[in-house]
Design a protein around this ligand. Structure first.
Ligand code: CO
Length: 249
């Protein structure tokens, strides 16, 4: 069942999303060569709690941290550790907030210092794919119109979309219906309606789309060892343009 949100519910989701967006923006300023991913974890955990909110991921299905830190060939769900970032790495940060009964969720891939132009292009195309997908989140379209537009942009540019993980509805649960794949033919799946809140999250690989899960039970990595990027926004379908709730204004 897809839950359409009331105005009051939307306001609460928007508040959680605002904390998510500001936390991601603050992370931008601390990402640099020499920082360990567990330092980013402490920073984000403290940031969320200082906003009287709860880190949504900690304890979710046993996930051990408040943020996901996925480096280079790590696609998503990288667990913060003593790994120290170095110049040229790319770092995907995914974080979620729970406050007053509702969730917000977003992700961003940051360059660490100066990076290779191929990595820059991967990041750029992934972010563009997210915005192209969001643009399709309109009444009259169906879920797979989002999926298809993302896949098309990614593959036209020579990259691949990860198929093993999908975007999702979001609200009083972190993961609600509908699932939002980042690939597929257009015109399929549920019709989009005003009041739907969706987390759209393309994961894009430089090489093949295949991923595997490391022995830690969480970290998804590319099978071919090539780079991967991830961008995510929580958005609201409206009678007018899609509204990006995790955007920093
Ligand atoms: Co998500």
């Amino acid at each position: 069942m897809i839950i359409l949100k009331s105005q009051e519910e939307i306001e609460r989701i928007a508040k959680s999303c605002d904390i998510v967006a500001r936390a991601l923006n603050a992370v931008r300023d601390i990402v640099r060569p020499g920082i360990a991913t567990e330092e980013i974890e402490s920073f984000v955990d403290a940031y969320i709690r200082s906003n009287n909110a709860i880190p949504a991921f900690k304890g979710y299905r046993g996930y051990p941290a408040s943020v996901c830190t996925s480096v280079n060939n790590e696609v998503i769900h990288g667990i913060p550790s003593d790994r120290v970032l170095k110049e040229g790495d790319i770092l995907s940060i995914d974080l979620g907030v729970y406050k007053d009964g509702f969730y917000g969720d977003a992700a961003y891939t940051f360059p660490v210092g100066r990076i290779h132009s191929d990595a820059e292009r991967l990041i750029k195309i992934t972010e563009e794919a997210l915005y192209i997908g969001i643009e399709k989140a309109r009444i009259g379209n169906r879920v797979s119109d989002i999926s298809h537009s993302i896949q098309r942009h990614v593959e036209t540019n020579g990259f691949s979309v990860v198929r093993a993980f999908v975007g999702h509805g979001i609200g009083s649960e972190l993961h609600e219906e509908p699932q939002i794949p980042n690939f597929g033919v257009p015109g399929r799946g549920p019709r989009l309606r005003a009041g739907m809140t969706l987390a759209i999250e393309p994961m894009v690989n430089q090489g093949g789309y295949e991923v595997l899960i490391r022995d830690d039970g969480w970290t998804a990595v590319t099978v071919d060892g090539k780079l991967s990027a991830h961008f995510e926004h929580t958005i609201l379908v409206t009678l007018d343009n899609p509204s990006i709730l995790t955007k920093i204004d």
